[in-house]
Design a protein around this ligand. Structure first.
Ligand code: S3P
Length: 433
């Protein structure tokens, strides 16, 4: 049987932009209008955390329709009565630490088992240097953590990692406290925080010097104006559909209105190196971000080497890339991706273990993996490890008719891509279960 793909589809709103849009609306003074928000569980966590701080933030609706958030400035946030549950969402926990660092009250952040095992000192260390206090209430360096906020000092922070969460936490702390901050990072990580702040009239500078990227914010001291924003489709979600179209035997898939911010398009560039051709149509700038339609056709893929500087712009897509590599000719070697070990699960171990369970020759490296492609039918049972992207990457492989892939928990995709299985079925003409 052949896999035929066809469709003209959209993917849910960008997760990183949705978190930030909700947070900035809660900091702003006035009524923000937000469209196309991701309704996934991670963004629902951000909305509920903001509600617990007394900002009236609706649940992002399933159909992406407009919501209104009435902010009264960050000064109107009140001390929460309960712990703030960030669920599975690292971005919620880490960016909220930045905003809470300047508040004159205590607040405790927590999350699910996965989030409570993820490292937080990368955030608390720079914020402590600004004057915030943190009390780790669980295992060392992890949530739950009580944030003791107050007046903050300016900071210049040389971040050892290209991490948008670290950079954003420092920028948001500076914004909330009204003090200048700057962050140097080895490679530019996703820059939605900077773009939104500029769009709201704040002075944010980005420059490259001595092989590093310097980002600085000098807060205006004025209240942020309300946002009027349409969030484009998430390129990290589009990556799964792109991969599906590449693996198909025939057909063409159009994915409309995808955010193609250059800090997010690493996966598309890497698969192009593997032999894919992804056309961008109707490219335009919207709300300070590049947006385009992607048109993808099946392709014969070959293995590549991926490493170092190219990893940050593809970090969330490496699981899908490694799974695609199982269907490419030759070997794919991914290095410089040690951060994958501290995502929602250890994604290096998860992907390599699952690939091996399906009969693929896959090897774990400390900071990446080696995958040797095969065209044998792949069959077996894999684990999602409670990780949305692991489940979706193997879901794509399982959609190829020659393979038989059983995934233990398919519901976990709700974290970032509600409706994933239905969309996959829709473009392949298969049944969603
Ligand atoms: C995100 C930043 C990235 C990414 C995560 C979302 C963000 O994490 O992996 O899914 O929205 O800022 P790091 O900052 O840890 O690289």
């Amino acid at each position: 049987m052949k896999l035929h793909v066809s469709g003209d589809v959209t993917v849910p709103g960008d997760k990183s932009m949705t978190h930030r849009a909700l947070m900035f609306s809660a900091v702003a003074d006035g009524e923000s209008r937000l469209r196309g928000l991701l309704p996934g569980a991670d963004c629902r966590s951000t909305a509920s955390v903001l509600r617990a701080l007394s900002v009236d933030v609706p649940v992002p609706p399933a159909d992406g329709s407009e919501i209104r958030v009435v902010g009264r400035g960050i000064g109107a946030w009140t001390e929460p009565r309960e712990w703030l549950d960030c669920g599975n969402s690292g971005t919620t926990a880490r960016l909220m630490m930045g905003l809470l660092a300047s508040r004159p009250f205590n607040a405790t952040l927590t999350g699910d088992d996965s989030l409570r095992s993820r490292p937080m000192r990368r955030i608390t260390a720079p914020l402590e240097r600004m004057g915030a206090r943190f009390q780790e209430l669980g295992a060392s360096g992890t949530l739950p953590i009580e944030v003791g906020g107050g007046p903050l000092r300016p900071l210049h922070y040389a971040s050892p990692k290209a991490s948008a969460q670290i950079k954003s936490a420092v920028l948001l702390a500076g914004l909330g406290a009204g003090v200048p901050v700057s962050v140097t990072e080895p490679v530019l990580s996703r820059d939605h925080t900077e773009r939104m702040l500029r769009g709201l009239g704040e002075f944010v500078q980005t420059s490259v010097a001595d092989g590093a990227v310097h980002v600085s914010l000098t807060p205006s001291g004025r209240a942020l104006p309300p946002l009027d924003l349409s969030v484009p489709g998430d390129p990290s979600s589009a990556a799964f559909l792109v991969a599906l179209a590449l693996l198909a035997d025939e057909g063409e898939l159009r994915i409309r209105d995808v955010c193609v911010n250059p800090t997010r398009t690493g996966f598309f560039e890497l698969v192009a190196r593997m032999g894919a051709r992804i056309a961008r149509e109707n490219q335009r700038e919207e709300g300070g971000e590049l947006v385009a339609d992607l048109v993808v056709r099946p392709a014969r893929l070959r293995g590549i080497e991926v490493g170092g500087q190219e990893v940050p712009a593809a970090i969330d897509e490496i699981p899908m890339l490694a799974v695609l590599a199982a269907r490419a000719e030759g070997e794919t070697r991914i290095t410089g991706a040690g951060e994958l070990r501290v995502k929602e699960t250890d994604r290096i171990a998860a992907v390599a273990g699952n690939l091996r369970a399906l009969g693929v020759d896959a090897e774990e490296l400390e900071d990446g993996l080696i995958v040797r492609g095969t065209d044998r039918p792949l069959s077996g049972a894999v684990h999602s490890y409670d990780d949305h992207r692991v489940a979706m990457a193997f879901g794509v492989l399982g959609a190829c008719p020659e393979n038989s892939v059983e995934i233990d928990d398919r519901a976990v995709v709700d974290v970032s891509f509600p409706g994933f299985w239905e969309l996959l079925a829709g473009v392949t003409g298969q049944s969603p279960d």
